[in-house]
Design a protein around this ligand. Structure first.
Ligand code: ATP
Length: 552
């Protein structure tokens, strides 16, 4: 599919998400708030199902006695739910306070703010005037945007566009400025009419700051909304170890909100300022950590495939050595070809990182930095640790081997909102189905995996009389305690099917005249459109089996 079609597909997905109550803009009646999204009735069910699948597959359903395929040995999993606001020292020691920032530039004229690394451009000349035309668009949008900007700046009509002389292709503004080939005075900002309106780049910490207590004011009252859930797990490593009798290797899992004051939230929910993460910190013996890293990378990759994401749109990308954080031995991203991205581009769904003993040692000894290949406590100007650790011993004593060591950590870190968005994009299809008179009619259908589908089944009396509603209601009440079921008697059956297809409901059950005679119903499958006659009293077990086996 070409990119223009992909963009219009994305527009349709966004509009369906709103029209059918999956996702709304936060505070919409006041004009919305950039980077914040609410989940409506169908969306909340989809997102909860996604998080439940993750929890079930990673934590509550995990078999601690078995060795899963690819794992070095059996392991235990524990859950956790900790606070969003934590001791400020957590973020100093984790590195978020010093390092968790982006560079931003402001436009003095338009008052718009941009992420420095998102700005690209190219030189354009017309009648001895040469400017660097800057765009904040990415992928295929960037080039046409520079043309439109240059046309406006030089005051040309459409047919005069060929008079503009271009030098080279699109290049990053930051690289050109660093190399001295571009000066800010000749840069035309993406939303400005004048040249040279961009400020110098400034550092901007992505953590939301708040104050604790009624008399807040001093530096000691400063606190931060967590930008990741992972640190809460490290805070409780010892608590879990001491209270739940787990032994290495084991993982602690947490699902919860995280906050990042992203400079340019964009692409629907992909880059939000408030979002949910699903994270595991997996603690293992240092010698086994590479094997565990490979296990978790492959296990998490398979999870997305098992829930139905199209393999051809997923990519597992191992980071190059120069991309790795200073503590990381290996990191892989699971990425999806979202329709809003340019051809060949992928967006991150989840990162799986081998973090070594960086986190536990930092929270014990003080913030670490790498020096000559070693992790050492970073010193301040006074020769003392720049950010003090807790001083608590976070090592582990192995009762069997009588060894003491600081466990290494593998961290699969996924975003619930990005996963919901990927599953929505992947599930969106337009096709043709025969209507009640057998004529082809176009339909929009969300082919969501039954485990994810907000509603599993809709029960539809063919007509609103002759005892059909009563029998349909009986079936609805039978199914409802076991699965998300809906009763709908409004409109023609064709329209009711269409409504369920758009909501991603895998099965519809129609109660008709024959049902009254022999207590059989018609079961319609969303994807195959096959309609089969089944006994009303057997349909509950049948659907439960299908849900368990993933739908088929
Ligand atoms: P990106 O490079 O896209 O900003 P990241 O590498 O900073 O992402 P991580 O810190 O690894 O992301 O966070 C783990 C996961 O949390 C990501 O894979 C993503 O699914 C999710 N996530 C991170 N930032 C956001 C955001 N602003 N909005 C929605 N989800 C996010």
């Amino acid at each position: 599919m070409d990119k223009q079609n992909d963009q219009s597909r994305m527009d349709k997905i966004v509009s369906l998400a709103k029209r059918r109550g999956f996702i709304f803009q936060s505070s919409e009646i006041y004009g919305g708030l950039n980077g914040f999204w609410d989940y409506g009735p169908l969306g909340v069910a989809l997102k909860r199902n996604l998080k439940d699948c993750w929890w079930q597959d990673m934590v509550s359903g995990h078999d601690e006695l078995a060795t899963p395929a690819g794992a070095p040995e059996p392991y235990e999993m524990a859950g956790l739910d900790c606070t969003i606001i934590m001791h400020p020292q957590v973020w100093k020691v984790s590195g978020h306070f010093d390092l968790f920032h982006d560079w931003l530039v402001d436009c003095r004229e338009s008052k718009k703010r941009y992420r420095y690394d998102h700005l690209h451009g190219r030189f354009a000349s017309h009648r001895n005037k040469r400017v660097f035309v800057v765009t904040d668009q990415s992928g295929d949008e960037a080039l046409p945007h520079t043309v439109a900007r240059a046309q406006k700046f030089f005051g040309l009509r459409a047919k005069q566009i060929d008079e503009i002389e271009w030098e080279g292709g699109i290049e990053p503004l930051a690289a050109g400025i660093a190399a001295g080939t571009i000066s800010t005075s000749e840069a035309l900002a993406p939303d400005a009419a004048e040249l040279g309106t961009l400020t110098d780049p400034r550092e901007f910490n992505l953590m939301f700051e708040t104050r604790i207590g009624a008399l807040a004011g001093g530096d000691d009252d400063r606190a931060f909304l967590r930008p990741e859930t992972a640190q809460g797990i490290f805070m409780n490593f010892k608590n879990v170890l001491d209270t739940s009798r787990v032994s290495v290797p084991f993982g602690i899992a947490q699902i919860g909100k995280s906050f990042r004051n992203e400079i340019t939230p964009r692409n629907f929910t992909f880059r939000s300022r408030e979002f949910e993460q699903m994270e595991i910190e997996f603690f293992c013996k240092p010698a086994d950590s590479s094997a565990w890293y490979r296990y978790w990378r492959d296990r998490r990759w398979k999870w997305y495939l098992d829930l139905g994401l199209t393999a051809g749109k997923l990519q597992l990308r191992e980071h190059h050595a120069d991309e790795l954080s200073h503590y990381s031995v290996g990191t892989a991203d699971i990425e999806y070809a979202f329709p809003f991205l340019a051809e060949g581009e992928f967006g991150e769904l989840e990162g799986i990182a081998h973090r070594g003993d960086f986190d536990l040692r930092s929270h014990s000894e003080g913030k670490l930095v790498r020096q000559d290949g070693q992790l050492v406590v970073e010193q301040g100007a006074d020769g003392k640790p720049r950010h003090r650790g807790s001083g608590k011993d976070l090592s582990y004593f192995d009762d069997v081997t009588r060894e003491r060591y600081v466990p290494h950590v593998i961290e699969p870190s996924a975003g619930a909102d990005r996963a919901v968005l990927a599953f929505l994009c992947d599930a969106y299809h337009e096709d043709e189905v025969p209507d009640e008179d057998g004529k082809p009619r176009s339909r929009t259908v969300l082919k969501l995996h039954p485990r994810l589908a907000p509603l599993k089944v809709a029960i539809l009396p063919l007509v609103k009389k002759d005892g059909m509603p009563e029998l349909a209601a009986e079936l609805y009440r039978k199914l409802k305690p076991h699965m998300a079921a809906m009763y709908d008697e409004k409109g023609s059956v064709g329209r009711r099917y269409a409504r369920q297809d758009e909501a991603g409901t895998p099965w519809c059950i129609t109660v008709d005249g024959q049902s009254l005679a022999d207590r059989t119903v018609t079961l319609r499958d969303r994807d195959t459109l096959v309609q089969s006659r089944v006994a009303l009293d057997a349909v509950g077990d049948l659907l439960r089996d299908r849900l368990r086996s993933g739908g088929s």
